[in-house]
Structures are given as C-alpha cells and as structure tokens.
Design a protein. Structure first.
Length: 532
C-alpha cells in the first residue's frame, strides 16, 4: 500500500476514533447533565414557536415539561393558552380573523426527533396524544383560517415540512365556538374524540403560505348543542364520522323553543326532531383542513317538522330570506354533496288566519325526496344543471302528492316548481278551508290538481289545473253576513246561488301571477301561490 493511502487510512481511523470518543463523552454528558439542558431548550423552543404563531396579547404557560432523549418523548402537564379580553375589540374591528384559547391536562409527543426540532426547528413526531382539552374559538365576520398561525412560522430550506405527525389522538375534549357578529350560534361540544392520520403543514415553495394536509380522520362526539336566534336550542346527540369507514352518522337531532312565552311579532315558529342523518363517503380530513363540506350522499331519516304561523300577530322587523340557490352561494365555505335523500319524514304547517282567527293545518306524511346539484364550489362541472329535487308524500293523510323542483345556481334565482295531487277527498280539507277560507267542503273528490310555478326572487307565474267531481261546498257558519256576501266576489256568487253549492263537477285551468314578499321562504312562497 502506498504511503499516501496509509496516511489517509490513519487519518480516517483517527477521525472515527475521535468521533467515537466524542459520542461517548456526549452520551455520558446527556445522560448525567444534559437532561436539564434538553428540557429547558425544548421548553424554550415551544414557547418561542407559540409566541411567533400568535399575536400580541396572548399568554402561554406549561406546568411541567419532561423529555426522554432515547425514545424522543415529550410529556407536558397543565398546558394553557389564553389571551387578553381587549383582543375581542380587535376582532370586532376586523384586525384579527379569530381568537383561540386552549387548555389540556396532558400533551404527549411520542417519537419526536428532538435534535432536529432543536437544531433545524422542524417538528417530526410519530404521535401526539392530548387528554382532556378545552378548545375555545371566537370568530368575527371572517371565515376561520386554521393555517394562519403556521404562516407566521419560518422553516429552513426551500420547501421543508414545517410540521409532520403520523397520528394525532384527542381524548375527551370539549369545544366552544362563539361568533361575535351574531351570525352563528354559540356551539358547545362535549365528549369529543379524534383520531387523525398523516397531519402535515408545509410551506409551498419560498412563499409564506402554509398548506395544511390531513389524511384519514375518525371523529366521535357525545353531544353538541347551541342556542340560536329566535329563542331556540339546537341539539345533536351522538356523532360518528369516519374517513376509514367512509361513513358517518348523527343521531337524535332536535330544535325547540327555550322561551315558552308568546311571540310578539309574526314569525314562523319551528319544532324539529330527526331520528338520524347518515353521511356516505364524507371527507372529514377536508372538513378539518380546508373547511369544505364534501360527500357522496346525505340521508335524513325520520324527520318530524312542525311550522306554526300566527297571522293575528303584527308584522315584525323585516328580514329578507334568500331562496335556496342564493343561500347556497352565500355560504362562507365550499359545499359539494352529490345527493340529499329524505326518507320517511313528516311535515306539518299550522296557520292562524288574521281574517277568521282560526287555525288550519296541512300535513305531509311518508315524505321521501331526493335532491341533487348541491354544489357551490368554483370547480363544479360546466354541464351542471343546478339544483333538482323530486318529492313524493301522502297529503292530508289521504292523497298521493308528487312534486319536482329545479333551480339555477348561478345567473339568477330562477326556479320551477310543479306538483300533482290525485284522488283527494274534499272532506280531508274541510277543517282547513272552514277555518282559513270560511268555506266548508263536505263531500266530493279532487280527482287531480296540477300546479306549475315559474319564478325568481321577485315574482312567480304559472297555472293551476283542477279536475273535481261531486263537490258540495257550504259557506262556513262562522262567516258574518258581510263576509258571506263578499267572500269570493262575483265568481262565487255565480257558482253558489244558495248556501249549498251541491254536486259540482268541473275542470278548470287558470293562470296566475304573484309577487314575492322578500321575507317569504321558498315553501311559504309556494303556499302563497297555491292559495292565490
């Protein structure tokens, strides 16, 4: 062997020996004296990262922090993040998009690359386990941007992973969200368990924008409740959503008035109970990372809805109601649901007439429906036809009703609604017409009614085609003489030469045009058009 090669080999062995001695010396120091330094350094790094990710006015503290050099574990007890109450004013002024506070009994980081975190300030963790956290969000008029804190951090290199965790486990969490603008209710969630895989935050290129990626997520929740506008309380029972199983379910949904007192103004009061809502192929990871609601299908089972309107009450403050396409586009987050199914549902509408002072009720039982085209995303297919719905039910417990609804999502709020009712005994309508219209229908059959309604947010036009046989109609006993004389004007005077119109059979088709009250929802607009 030549002399230069022997020299290189000697130097190499000497260098390796020095490295070995240095490693042994460092290991001895780390074992005996370095643990305190490592704990202190990791604590300082965490506090510095939190300070950089938050804004002035936040406070962060940890009761204890311990590291295990060999396993790469970090165990934190009594962690808490809160902020000054003065930041709420900054949120209302639009300076900040949202405020966040949190506390937890313990947070355990398993398999953390400690030296990479200390030297390169990059976090790679095998798992993070959080026990008993309380999470509090306060939002204003803006959509919550979960990526904002990460965008305040700087990584090293051209495009490094800033944060990478194989598995995140959250046990027995509670969460509260409050909207200072009043648009959204205060949400209270309890018994929240989350299992999330492949959680990564990266910087794209040299830009400071952070991208949040979440793989498969399993989420379970004991209950969720909220007090919402109008004196209502909304409650959800057990919730389970799973990317792995591609399924989700929410049980026992209810909506009821918390204030039992009478209303001061005319408004539609609601009572609601739903047995369950089932999700097919929901994207839970996307819901968390992108705040986007995407799924293949949503099915509502056993819905029981009652709506009540007292027209004897004075009109309240004007509150414009958007039709479904405008309401869908106004949502502050992306929604794409291929189909929505209603299975075995019941709807009841009760109304008290301001002319008669009496109540009338319309019922829709065994209601099944399918809606498609629920999509407000900018990348929806160009050939998308908009929202389409097909409905079938039992009307007034006796007659089969079928309906079809279509609406454009963009380019206006034009919609078309058609409905057909067949073989309806007029006696099933007697209480309704007597109480609301002062007209008693004692016998006969509505063989067929076909309604065509084409409208938008301002008005609707259409036709009503009626075919009935053996109709016996009587002016209600509650009608005053003046009402009996003017009830339906010259048309009814011509049809009814006496109180009893007796045995009428006819087929009529009339055209109508009705202006829409901007406070009317789609359902009340259809009801108003039908009555006209």
């Amino acid at each position: 062997m030549t002399r230069p090669l022997r020299l290189v080999r000697t130097i190499l062995f000497a260098f390796l020996g020095l490295l070995l001695l240095a490693g042994l010396a460092f290991s001895t120091w780390a074992y005996r004296d370095g643990q305190e330094w490592l704990d202190r350094t990791v604590r300082e790094r965490i506090e510095a990262a939190v300070a950089k990710a938050t804004v002035s006015g936040y406070h962060f503290r940890m009761d204890t922090l311990g590291t295990r050099f060999r396993s790469g574990d970090v165990l934190i007890h009594g962690i808490q993040l809160d902020h000054d109450s003065s930041l709420n004013d900054s949120l209302r002024a639009g300076v900040h998009e949202y405020l966040f506070a949190a506390q937890a009994r313990t947070i355990a980081l398993r398999g953390l690359s400690i030296w990479r975190a200390v030297l390169l300030r990059e976090v790679h963790v095998r798992s993070i386990e959080v026990d008993g956290p309380l999470l509090q969000y306060t939002i204003g008029d803006h959509r919550v941007a979960l990526k904002a804190p990460f965008e305040r951090l700087k990584g090293s290199g051209s495009n490094p992973p800033l944060f990478s965790v194989e598995v995140v486990i959250v046990r027995d969490a509670r969460a509260i969200m409050q909207d200072l603008s009043g648009r959204l209710p205060v949400l209270n969630a309890s018994g929240l368990d989350i299992l999330a895989e492949a959680v990564n935050v990266t910087h794209t290129g040299n830009r400071r924008r952070a991208d949040l990626h979440v793989g498969e997520v399993d989420l379970a929740l004991d209950s969720l409740s909220a007090n919402i506008a109008g004196g209502y309380r909304l409650h959800f029972g057990a919730v389970h959503l799973s990317d792995r199983m591609r399924r989700g379910r929410v049980r026992d949904i209810s909506l009821h008035r918390t204030d039992p007192g009478p209303s001061k103004h005319r408004t539609t009061e609601l009572g609601l109970h739903v047995d369950s809502i089932v999700f097919d192929a929901p994207d839970i990871g996307g819901l968390i990372a992108d705040q986007a609601l995407r799924m293949k299908a949503l099915s509502v089972h056993g819905l029981d809805l009652e709506a009540t309107l007292d027209k004897e009450l004075p009109e309240g403050p004007l509150r414009p109601v958007a039709l479904p396409p405008a309401a869908l586009l106004a949502l502050p987050f992306p929604v794409r649901i291929d189909s929505v199914h209603l299975v075995d549902n019941t709807l009841r509408y009760r109304e008290r007439s301001d002319a008669t002072g009496r109540w009338g009720t319309i019922t829709f039982n065994a209601l099944d429906a399918t809606f498609s085209g629920i999509d407000n995303t900018p990348d929806r297919p160009q050939d998308a036809t908009g929202i389409e719905g097909r409905i079938s039910c039992l009307f007034m417990d006796t007659a089969r009703l079928s309906a079809h609804y279509t609406a454009e999502v963009e380019g206006g709020q034009d919609f078309t609604f058609t409905a057909t009712v067949q073989q309806l005994p007029f006696a099933a309508l007697d209480t309704l017409t007597s109480n609301l219209l002062r007209l008693s229908l004692s016998s006969g059959t509505l063989d067929r009614m076909h309604l065509v309604m084409k409208g938008n947010e301002r008005k609707a036009r259409g036709t009503m085609d009626l075919h009935y046989t053996d109709l016996v109609a009587t002016i209600s006993e509650q009608a005053t003489p003046a009402q009996r004389h003017s009830m339906f004007g010259s048309v009814m005077d011509h049809v009814m030469t006496a109180d009893n119109g007796g045995g009428l059979s006819d087929r009529q088709k009339r055209s109508y045009s009705v202006e829409r009250d901007q406070q009317r929802s789609l359902l009340t607009f259809i009801w108003h058009f039908t009555r006209s």
